[in-house]
Design a protein around this ligand. Structure first.
Ligand SMILES: [Zn+2]
Length: 214
């Protein structure tokens, strides 16, 4: 019954989803006990990972984040960007709240891949900003699409979301996909010295909503 209502609420139906959940399992982490699920796109070879916990109900506004893979930030703790701290902050907020979901989108470097990202970093070492570097390599600034990430959230039972994002493109994509954004939860982490220039570029050239930097 609840699922049916969710479908009505979000004007989606389960059989129109273009992603499928392949498996899920428990995942204890330093931030708390989560579940992890693996999803496959039915229309491409893209894969998604969802980290979630608690009772997720369509009629309850629920914390959610679309986190884009950043090997350098998430795994190595690079201070060139704020991805790692944002991911961990989102996990902490969900743990504190008791429920919520993060979709981890496996698209490194806004979709350009890790090798191209390293090539872009090399250009940045010579003074280019993140956008100029991509342009000089002949790569689009942002290749990501978020619709299927929204579908993963829907499959987990979300309908009304409290979106943890500073990226207006992601917020718009969630709404276009049919999720109702009832709140934007800012994930502002104090940036390290090295990330300030990067974040300023994201704010000035990509419209990110950031006020922890000058
Ligand atoms: Zn990053």
């Amino acid at each position: 019954m609840l699922k049916e209502e969710a479908a009505l609420d979000c004007s989606w139906s389960k059989n129109s989803l273009t992603v499928e959940r392949v498996s899920s399992a428990r995942l204890p982490t330093g931030a708390g006990e989560f579940r992890i699920a693996g999803y496959r796109s039915k229309t491409s070879d893209e894969e998604f990972v969802a980290l979630f916990k608690g009772e997720i109900r369509a009629d309850v506004p629920t914390l959610a984040r679309i986190h884009s893979q950043c090997l350098t930030g998430d795994v190595f703790g690079s201070t060139k960007c704020d991805c790692g701290p944002q991911l961990h902050r989102a996990m902490e907020l969900i743990e504190r709240e008791g429920s919520g979901a993060i979709v981890y989108q496996l698209q490194e470097g806004r979709g350009i891949g890790i090798i191209n990202k390293i090539r872009a970093y090399a250009l940045q070492d010579e003074g280019a900003d993140t956008i100029e570097a991509n342009e000089r390599l002949g790569l689009a600034v942002d290749l990501r699409e978020y619709r299927q990430c929204a579908e993963v959230l829907f499959d987990l039972g979300l309908c009304q979301v409290r979106m943890m994002s500073n990226n207006p493109l992601k917020l718009r994509a969630m709404e276009e996909a049919g999720l109702r954004i009832v709140e934007r939860v800012a994930l502002q982490v104090e940036p390290g010295e090295a990330a300030v220039h990067y974040l300023r570029t994201k704010r000035e050239k990509m419209g990110h909503l950031l006020d922890t930097i000058e």
